[in-house]
Each structure stands twice: as structure tokens, then as C-alpha cells.
Design a protein around this ligand. Sequence first.
Ligand code: HEM
Length: 226
Amino acid sequence: MAISASHGFFRSTVGKKYLMGLAGLIWAGFVLTHMAGNLLIFVSSDAYNMYSYALTSNKLIYVAEAGLVAALVLHVVLAINLTLQNRSSKGTRYAVKAKGEKKARFASTTMGIQGSVILAFVIYHLATFKYGTYYETNVNGVVMRDLFRLMVEVFQSPAYVVWYLVSLVLLGFHLSHGVGSVFQSFGWMNGRYQPMLRKLSVVYAIVVAAGFIAQPVYIYLVLGQG
Ligand code: HEM
């Protein structure tokens, strides 16, 4: 009984938005930790390489990666599904356009465009780093992948740096709007916490985007050979 009720909920528009938000939150948590961990490039090449070596040599990484892939697929499939559903119901359900519909449509269209660019970014990003050139280094007698060297090499290209900056600014907008919408789906945006939650989503998005942006910029400007 309870199972079929929840099954029904996740088939409804509200339920799909809820699930899509939950899947997005998994990525929101990931990007925050990914950005924070990467800040080790400001410490030293060894510190960064040791950190990524510790992460990748832990068997739990496969569980985390599978979770991320599942959450991404769910998020994208539900986003497409909700957009199509929204489009097909337009014009039939409302004879008069509801107030704010234009604004809502603007937000959802730009979310779709942002999401598509971010998806392209993630795929290209994995090809560049995760599956990119395998340099090796030796830190305190331990042979490990030299991801720091790969990063410095990649961010010598101004085109690559600009592509990162554009994608990361879009990521910032996507996170700010997305995290705010999740709070809305959870029903937390009605009470007195609304202004605080809205601020929290904006501050969080700025921290993630700015923390990431600082990395290619620092490498290009400070560690660049050009
Ligand atoms: C300045 C920005 C960024 C830099 C310098 C950076 C750097 C890296 C590096 C070096 C790796 C390889 C790690 C490894 O294989 O051990 C990596 C992996 C990854 N990055 Fe980024 N990243 C950035 C932004 C992002 C963003 C914005 C996203 C997502 C929206 C992202 C998603 C990922 C994912 C999913 C992986 C693979 C993790 C795994 O499967 O182990 N990265 N990143």
C-alpha cells in the first residue's frame, strides 16, 4: 500500500521534481567537495597528487562513481521528461496565461540550456582529466599519477581556460537556481526560512563557482610558461 502510494507520487509532476532535485543535490554535494579538494593545487603539486591518489586508490570510489552516474542520468532524464510534459500541456490547460508564467518559462528554458552546456562540459572534462594523458610522479617513494602536471599542461591554452570560465559561470547560475528550487520542492520556501534559504543557495553557488574559477586562472596566470 505504502509502496504503491510512493510509486504514484514519483510519477506525478511534483514527485518527479522532487526526485530530480534530490539527484541534483547529490551533484551539488559532489561539486562542493571536488572544488574544495582541488584547492590543494594552491598548496603544492605533491599535496594535490597525494590527495587524488588517496581518493582513486580507495575501492569505495567505484560506489561513489556509480552513484554519481545514476544521479546524473536520473536528473537529465527527468529534466527532459518534465520539459516535454510542460510543453505539451501548454495552451491546453490555461486559456489565460497565468501571471509569472513567462518568468517561470524563462527560468526553465535557461536551466535547460545551462544544463546542456554543463553536461557537455562534464563529458569533455572526464575525457581530458580522468581518461587523459597518464603522467607519473614519485612522492615520498610512492609512484602515482601526476594529475597536477596534466592540469598545468591543459590550462596553458587560453581557449581551454575561457571554456572553463564560461561553463563554471553557467554552473554557478544553475546551482543557485537549482538548489533554491529543491528547497521549494521540499516545501521549505513558504515559511520564515525562505529569505535565509534563498541567500544560502546563492552563497553556496558563488563559493563553488569562484573556487573552481580560481584554479584555471591561477594556473594560467601564475604557473603559465607563456
Ligand atoms: C576548475 C575546475 C575543475 C578542475 C580543475 C577539475 C579537475 C579535475 C581532475 C584533475 C579530475 C581527475 C581526478 C582523478 O581522476 O583522480 C577531475 C575529475 C572529475 N571532475 Fe573535475 N574539475 C573541475 C570542475 C569540475 C566540475 C564543475 C564538475 C562537474 C560539474 C567536475 C566533475 C568531475 C567528475 C565527475 C570527475 C570524475 C571523478 C571520478 O570519477 O573519480 N569537475 N576533475
